[in-house]
Design a protein around this ligand. Structure first.
Ligand code: NAD
Length: 483
């Protein structure tokens, strides 16, 4: 078998130790890899590179397209960009897949039969990193959910379920509140789930708050769960922890061209250099990598040897428990034990079977090409910083400022209507959203420009404008609460 080129970063803290253990195990198991090593993380940050990765390292990554990465330490203090977020975005790694599995009774857990895979959207949502301080009082972070981005992640979740013989895909969103952003995620989940090719897979939707509670309490009712970035970030850590330990979970970050594999835990600096760390998370990340590059027989050998090692009670300190565990070992000795078990399969824990190698190799999803909708401009939300009095005072002043057919409709503060007919009890800050429309008629862009000029001429501090549009006749903006 030809050697597959991969890029490896040994990372910081416990990174080098767990990477050495992982590479030793997978090489002994027969992985055919041509390894290129790059430096990332603390050393690179502290050399003055705010991104934590040298330009020449991107060359290796974009050439090999496969990245096995140990955890890194992001130095405290301002100016340092998260390398994980940068890597995901630059390489277009839209799908983060995190299997969270219990290994009872060998690893303590309250959920002995848990076996959940979280498929997290990895590039969009509040992680677009578009934030502004708009007024003295108000800070804003934009939540962006796109149709192509959502189609790709939702289809990925269904394709993953199919390739891995999973029975159900659940969607977590909060579309009772965020009707447009989480609403489109839910709608696309329904659209893709309805396709005939996924007829055998059960589909289900939970509002994220009660879904999270259910996941923490009864994870066995879930199988694959797909969700937007922030919910997925939080709930995949919760899921990994309640399965037994964050130290045991591996993760893949998949894009159309490149993929990155890692442990979900961090660099655990307090444990570094002492031969203590558990290499299991990174090892399971490398198993996902071996499947991705088509070396599924090696992936299965490694995974089954690792399960056997857990079963025989050879445990690192983090999962060691008197009574269940037999031998407390360090990182190196744990790797030796796994190597000794290569070729064996677990007796009690479920043996893995990756014979469906082709389907696992590289799940590739594409977004559909949808017809551009007919877009009509119906008004504008003018956002003002203003501290000049009561909502009624502002309403009276703005009612006298118009631009052709464009007239003040409603004013809200933090989303709640305060004019006309607001409630005196509503707490207000210095940030006012003033909605101008033409009673449902279509307007022109120059009316917005004119309105902006009129407001500025009257002394108002306009902090931003947001167009109100319809798409194929459907409103593309939320109603004002209380209007
Ligand atoms: P952490 O995951 O490093 O550690 C949390 C706890 O788990 C600690 O008690 C640690 O000792 C233990 N632990 C983690 N991995 C373990 C392992 N393999 N074996 C045994 N015990 C393990 O999280 P943290 O302390 O919040 O962060 C430390 C550093 O890691 C920070 O600089 C953070 O930015 C970084 N970090 C990096 C990544 C990444 O590179 N993917 C992810 C998370 C955190």
């Amino acid at each position: 078998m030809p050697k597959v080129p991969i890029t490896v970063a040994h990372g910081d803290g416990i990174g080098p130790e767990i990477m050495d253990a992982t590479l030793r195990i997978i090489t002994e198991a027969g992985a055919e890899l041509a390894i290129e090593t790059i430096d990332i993380g603390e050393k690179v940050y502290l050399s003055g590179n705010a991104a934590g990765i040298a330009p020449e390292s991107w060359e290796s990554l974009t050439r090999t397209k496969v990245f096995l990465k140990a955890p890194i330490t992001t130095p405290q203090g301002g100016g340092f960009k998260s390398l994980n977020v940068t890597t995901r975005k630059v390489l277009g790694l839209y799908a983060n897949v995190r299997p969270c599995v219990a290994y009872a009774p060998y690893v303590r857990t309250k959920h002995p039969t848990m076996d959940v895979v979280i498929v997290r959207e990895n590039e969009e949502d509040l992680y677009a990193g578009i934030e502004h301080r708009q007024t003295a009082d108000v800070y804003q972070c934009l939540k962006l959910i796109t149709r192509p981005g959502t189609e790709k992640i939702v289809r990925y979740a269904f394709e993953y379920a199919k390739a891995n013989s999973r029975k159900k895909v659940t969607c977590f969103v909060k579309d009772n509140i965020m009707k447009l952003t989480d609403g489109i995620f839910h709608k696309i989940f329904d659209e893709i789930g309805a396709e005939a090719q996924y007829a055998d897979i059960e589909k289900e939707m939970w509002i994220v708050d009660i879904g999270a509670a259910k996941l923490a309490d009864t994870p066995d009712v879930f199988d694959v769960i797909v969700m937007p970035n922030l919910y997925g970030d939080i709930l995949s850590d919760v899921a990994a922890q309640i399965a037994g330990s964050v130290g045991l979970a591996g993760s893949s970050n998949i894009g159309d061209k490149c993929a990155m594999f890692e442990a979900i835990h961090g660099s655990a600096p307090r444990r570094a250099g002492q031969n203590l760390a558990n290499p299991s998370g990174l090892l399971l990340g490398s198993v996902m990598m071996l499947n991705h590059i088509g070396q599924s027989d090696v992936a299965a050998r490694v995974h089954n040897a690792w399960l056997t090692t857990l079963e025989e009670g050879t445990h690192t300190y983090d999962i060691f428990q008197e009574g269940t565990s037999k031998t407390k070992v360090g990182t190196k000795e744990f790797a030796d034990a796994v190597i000794k078990n290569l070729g064996k399969s677990p007796e009690k824990l479920k043996k893995v079977d990756y014979s469906n190698a082709k389907a696992l190799a590289h799940i590739h999803t594409v977004a559909s090409v949808v017809a551009r909708p007919k877009k009509e401009l119906l008004g504008v939300d003018m956002f003002l910083e203003w501290t000049g009095g009561t909502p009624n005072d502002l309403g009276k002043q703005l009612s006298g400022i118009a631009a052709g057919s464009l007239k003040l409709d409603v004013i809200s503060n933090r989303g709640v209507k305060v004019f006309p007919n607001g409630m005196p009890e509503t707490f207000c800050v210095d940030h006012w959203r003033c909605r101008y429309t033409a009673d449902g008629a279509v307007i022109q862009h120059d009316q917005i420009v004119q309105l902006l000029q009129n407001l500025v001429a009257a002394g108002f501090d306009v902090i931003k404008t947001e167009n109100l549009c319809s798409f194929d006749g459907e409103k593309g903006y939320s109603a004002v609460q209380g209007n």
